[in-house]
Design a protein around this ligand. Structure first.
Ligand SMILES: NC(=O)c1ccc[n+]([C@@H]2O[C@H](COP(=O)([O-])OP(=O)(O)OC[C@H]3O[C@@H](n4cnc5c(N)ncnc54)[C@H](OP(=O)(O)O)[C@@H]3O)[C@@H](O)[C@H]2O)c1
Length: 257
């Protein structure tokens, strides 16, 4: 019998934030990781939206839901430690939960600032801190942050979202260095627009001409949640054991221009 593929995730226990059924990318990541053999802990605020994702997964009974509000930053390490103590150490964390939106300069105030940075950046850092606690990370564990091409390129009307996703790139690099001694990797996947509810919202705010220009900015067309999920699964797997601190655009060629 041939050895298992290093891309497999068999028996890895992986925490996926933002895994609600109505999050196209989070749900897509959960489906792909479960298909590759991982046992998942699905996180978000709404338990029913997590249960709905769980019901869609292969071997649904092997997966758990763990509702938590990730803006409660100080509680994150204890919450993650409890997940590890009750079900076994984690072979990975995917942080897909995010505050997305539009924030023209005229509307930006301190409350808005907090809304983006608390979950997009603060929770990302506290999840890394959580993973370094004794007994929480399994051998070969890694973190994958879901960023955005908005953090790599300017986007009109999205200053706060873009700033938070750019900060996530810096978080990825520093966390990768800080966790390397423990053998824990950290990487970031930066999608461009992916088909689903958020893309629909985005396109509905634009004129027909702007819509055409945005579609044309993706030489391979608009992506699917599975395109992001495949990259995440690879980065979590042993096939990526020598990859850390990187940002991988998954963008149909958006960043190549
Ligand atoms: N969609 C795109 O085209 C696109 C493009 C580039 C990058 N991205 C990035 O990809 C990721 C997923 O995007 P998406 O569009 O699929 O997601 P989405 O529909 O915006 O879903 C956001 C997820 O985050 C969870 N969440 C929000 N606030 C939370 C909090 N305080 N505590 C815990 N969970 C919270 C939500 O669940 P609850 O509401 O139940 O808490 C939900 O599961 C995000 O990081 C986004 O920035 C998306």
């Amino acid at each position: 019998m041939s050895p298992p593929s290093p891309c497999a995730l068999a028996d890895r226990r992986i925490l996926v934030t933002g895994a609600s059924v109505d999050s196209d990318i989070g749900r897509g990541i959960a489906s792909e990781l479960a298909r590759n053999g991982a046992r998942l802990v699905l996180a978000g605020r709404r338990v029913e939206a997590l249960e709905a994702t769980k019901a869609l997964l292969p071997a649904a009974e092997q997966h758990l839901v763990a509702p938590y509000d990730l803006t409660e930053l100080d509680g994150i390490p204890a919450w993650v430690r409890q997940i590890a103590e009750s079900g076994g150490p984690l072979g990975g964390i995917v942080h897909s939960a995010s505050h997305q939106g539009y924030s023209p300069l005229s509307k930006i105030g301190a409350a808005e600032f907090d809304r983006y940075f608390s979950i997009n950046v603060g929770a990302a850092i506290l999840l890394a801190r959580a993973l370094r606690q004794r007994g929480v990370a399994a051998p070969g564990a890694s973190i994958v942050y879901i960023g955005s091409v908005a953090g790599l390129r300017g986007q009109k009307g999205r200053t706060l979202y873009a700033a938070s996703k750019a900060a996530l790139v810096a978080v990825t690099r520093s966390v990768a260095l800080e966790l390397a001694d423990l053998g824990i990797r950290a990487n970031c996947v930066a999608p461009a627009i992916v088909k689903g509810a958020q893309a629909k919202k985005h396109f509905s705010m634009l004129s027909a001409e702007q819509n055409a220009a945005l579609a044309a900015a993706h030489p391979l067309g608009i992506g699917m949640p599975g395109d992001v999920a495949h990259a995440v699964s690879f980065l979590l797997s042993d096939a990526a054991r020598w990859i850390t601190g990187t940002v991988l655009p998954v963008d149909g060629g958006f960043m190549a221009q």
